[in-house]
Design a binder for this molecule. Structure first.
Ligand code: MEV
Length: 323
């Protein structure tokens, strides 16, 4: 039996960090993500390969289960894979190849895409196929266990795909709009640590609650207005709001000198709105570029790894390709 699964990554258009405080946010699933291929074996070996990080390991199932001790001191992308494997009981071993076709640890939701695609493949293999809601819920609990704090954004986007407005009650509402969203994503190639950055914003909030409260409220208003801008097709407003959101993220302390350079370079080359995306501290910026995107792409990609970001309407999916 062979199973192939894919789950997309995401970008956050508006509202990273404040979403952790139940403020609204807007996220977009992208057409880059994680492919998982599972091939059954006739023995009880679990053979895991993650080529992107040169990781390869063979382990033995014990009565159909993989017993795995999570080591809190060294968080790695493979932790998410082991957490998923240890959820199920198997009749036999398998080869599991996890192909991360996106920037890793760059704020694009790679850990969620790894978790969700692995979960989909292993649920099918173990005969416990899960609904999308179950996948989103289990994947989120794994993110919380490994990362410490996590909003439902990353795991929801990898699971459901599309463009989603997360409201104050953490409800996920698909946004219906016609306007094009030409975006570039550039990577500063320094990894940000989401758990630490979320904690650093909390520290700042505890130290200066009145100040941060206003910054959070302003960011919430940006996300609310941005939803309207998308629905109304108001390109200028969308760009302005991205630039305002960037300033507010800077005030929260999650911007860096490198990200700032990238944001200003992209605006200089012609992007209308640009901001960091995800947890910051490194990772990526997104640059909304409704005019001359090819020109800005050439300019930016000479300086930083950059891609033109297409949206993914579909979330996680899997197929059994060989019985
Ligand atoms: C990370 O992609 C986005 C944060 O808001 C954290 C989260 O939502 O889990 C920083």
């Amino acid at each position: 039996m062979k199973i192939k699964a894919f789950a997309p990554g995401k970008i956050i258009l508006f509202g990273e960090h404040t979403v952790v405080y139940n403020k609204p946010a807007i996220a977009v699933a992208i057409n880059r993500g994680v492919d998982v291929t599972l091939t059954s074996r006739s023995d009880d070996i679990v053979n895991i390969n993650v080529e992107t990080i040169n990781y390869s390991k063979k382990l033995k199932l014990n009565n159909g289960k993989l017993v795995y001790e999570y080591d809190d001191s060294q968080k790695q992308i493979t932790d998410y894979i082991y957490e998923v494997i240890s959820l199920f009981e198997y009749e036999g071993g398998f080869d599991l190849s996890v192909d991360i076709k996106m920037y890793l640890g760059a704020g694009l939701g790679s850990s969620a895409a790894v978790t969700v695609s692995t979960l989909k493949a292993l649920a099918l293999y173990s005969g416990n196929d899960l609904s999308l809601d179950e996948i989103a819920k289990i994947a989120r609990s794994i993110e919380i266990k490994i990362q410490g704090a996590a909003s439902p954004i990353d795991t929801a986007m990898s699971t459901y795909g599309g463009i989603i407005y997360i409201d104050e009650n953490s409800n996920l509402n698909p946004i219906d709009f016609d306007m094009k969203l030409p975006l570039l994503v550039s990577n500063c190639e320094i990894a940000g640590n989401t758990g630490k950055l979320v904690a650093s914003v909390r520290n700042k909030y505890e130290k200066y609650p009145e100040v941060l409260e206003h910054i959070f409220t302003a960011t919430a208003n940006v996300a609310i207005d941005a939803k309207k801008a998308l629905e109304d097709g108001n390109s200028q407003k969308l760009a302005d709001l991205m630039n305002i959101n960037q300033g507010l993220l800077d005030a929260m302390g999650v911007n860096t000198a490198e990200l700032s350079d990238m944001v200003y370079q992209s605006r200089k080359f012609g992007s209308a709105g640009s901001k960091l995306t995800g947890s910051g501290g490194g990772g990526c910026i997104i640059a909304y570029t409704p005019d001359d995107i090819d020109y800005v792409y050439v300019k930016l990609s000479k300086l930083y790894p950059t891609f033109m970001c297409e949206q993914s309407q579909s979330g996680v999916y899997a197929e059994i390709i060989d019985e």
